[in-house]
Design a protein around this ligand. Structure first.
Ligand SMILES: [Zn+2]
Length: 111
């Protein structure tokens, strides 16, 4: 597989809406993106239950915990902070800097 650097349309801290899967319609903040796998972790979305091994050293009690499982980046859409609608992103270059722009209202997302 080519080791190309993918540019995802979502970034850490973005507000996104899930567009597919069991949490379709859920809105949350992006916790983490994994560009190499085109995956995103969205706060409170795609929760899975995992068994946590107790670790006395780290003060962790064993048991079942809920954690976010990654979502495919194609299954989330950025919610534009300006028009507050789920939108597609356009990449434009302004003053030599690549910025993301909302396709609906034309506002920059990275300010
Ligand atoms: Zn917008």
């Amino acid at each position: 597989m080519a080791n190309e650097r993918k540019n995802l349309h979502v970034k850490n801290g973005d507000r996104v809406i899930v567009t597919a899967g069991k949490d379709k319609g859920k809105i949350g903040n992006v916790k983490k993106v994994v560009p190499s796998e085109a995956k995103v972790y969205v706060e409170g979305a795609n929760m899975v239950t995992k068994a946590q091994k107790p670790n006395a050293m780290a003060g962790i009690q064993g048991g079942l915990i809920k954690i976010e499982a990654p979502l495919d980046s194609s299954n989330v859409m950025v919610v534009c902070p300006s028009c507050e609608k789920p939108t597609r992103i356009k990449h434009v270059v302004i003053d030599g800097k690549k910025v993301r722009v909302c396709k609906k209202c034309g506002e920059q997302l990275d300010v």
